[in-house]
Write a protein that binds this ligand. Sequence first.
Ligand code: PBG
Length: 321
Amino acid sequence: MQRRNRTLRQSSAIRELVAETILQPHDFIVPLFVTDGTDVREEISSMPGYYRLSLDTLHAEIKALWHLGIRAVLLFVKVPDHLKDDRCSEALNKDGLMIRAIKTVKDSSPEMCVMTDVALDPFSPHGHDGLVRGQEIINDETVAVLSEMSVLHATYGADIVAPSDMMDGRVGAIRTALEQSHLTKTGILSYSAKYASCFYGPFRDALDSAPGFGDKKSYQMDPRNRREALKEVNDDIAEGADIVMVKPAGAYLDIIRDVKNEVNVPVAAYQVSGEYAMIKAAAANGWLNEEAAVRESLIAIKRAGADLIATYFAKQYLQSL
Ligand code: PBG
């Protein structure tokens, strides 16, 4: 034999030397669910070990995350039913929970990068990401609200706004609105290739935001499509996206790699709630080694080409090291 491939696998020291993929604390974006109240740490039934946090608990959590090396969080709010309306007016409330959450993070760890979810589903009685007319999710009126929402988040300290709605033209409209408001330092992380996926189920439990009618297939992408992801990312970059995201991650590793090869901006991937729930459920049954499954799933996403990974496992993974 001229070469033995096992040579480079024979000891941990050699395997470490030649490892091609490395996960670092600052690769992670930690999604956080914020709810009203005090001293709340409410476990999400379909996401064991993951919680909705009130602002005081959020404050402490941010410090813990910072200490573990986390440098970015992505905020989502759970809105009580009585504040949901057809105009999604709570999304534009300057005293709303999102604004208070942004301030809380900045108060806790001023240098933590704050990303905010920009979409209407938590604020809508219909659970859709846009405004609804009849059975239709209307695009352009929604984009106007999302732009206003982004300016509001940025005004109160969001470093990066993250539109997750999949309306057409929203990145460009948000960029223009930010510029007009002289918010020239605010970044846009666009959920560019976001698929209409069953793996979002537990997230909708977390925010009580399941669509009241129909599904999200008229705006989120068809899982059968691959080329279309490149169209989406290229459009978003042309419109001013700083970072593009593929979502979900685990079942879309081919898309992550395609996007990585296509663009010259950082690529993020979102390991979504259903991916989290699957590993948790299998581990709870003793069918998988949880720590190993978490590590392998995250490595796979990074190896596929993700520069950044939004994942519910970030804290647990870093604590396990
Ligand atoms: C909605 C939104 C969803 C997620 C992030 N933003 C769900 C959806 O599109 O219905 C899913 C995240 C997850 O499942 O972890 N704007």
